[in-house]
Design a protein around this ligand. Sequence first.
Ligand SMILES: [Zn+2]
Ligand SMILES: [Zn+2]
Length: 246
Amino acid sequence: MAHRLWSAGMQTLVQMVYPPRCLSCGGLVETDFGLCGTCWRDTPFVSGLACDLCGVPLPGQSDHAEHCDECLTLARPWVQGRAALVYRDRGRRMVLGLKHGDRHDIARPAAKWMARVSRGMLRDNMLAVPVPLHVNRHLRRRFNQAALLTQALAAELGCDWCPDALQRVRATQPLEGKGRAERFEALQGQIRVADSRVPLITGRPVLIVDDVMTSGATLAAATEACLAAGATEVCVTVLARAAKDA
Ligand SMILES: [Zn+2]
Ligand SMILES: [Zn+2]
């Protein structure tokens, strides 16, 4: 009890010294959810009906799982997928800040947003794993933003996580500018489960985490790798879903 009171006191003190700031505009905020009211309203959070495989918002309402046109035409080897944001405007800026701007402070609130949409996919004994950066990019950027998100999300969801379960087989060219078919082809078989991590994956459900989903080719390759290593089923979750017409 005394310890808890002390913690609460410390937290108040920390907040007085370092009051939480809005991730987007820098204004003061009262909660640790990361955004002030104005930026919250202007950020494209996914709410309401969404595709059960990729998390893109869908019009209307439904009492069962719905799939978007893209997920109806493309092979999605995972069973469920969610996205916290749509990849546009402030949603896009948030992802780019995390990816390129060393805005590590975005990871914790972003994980709360992801947990909000992902909690329903959580299975018993689920293991969260990040999509791996390819080798060159990791060196240039020095950290894997997907691993950062996975760590924070696993803490929110109370599940295990492993930062290096998945690895790239070899460095691939950046996918920017490539068509959908080229992306799927370029990535096929290029992600694998590290030999030492196979026992960790075998026989359990896996949640694959990434910062952004575009075509879904990377997530498909990562899912195939987990299934090949004996995962019982795979779900995916991303901070933002890039939708063609959103
Ligand atoms: Zn703000
Ligand atoms: Zn979809």
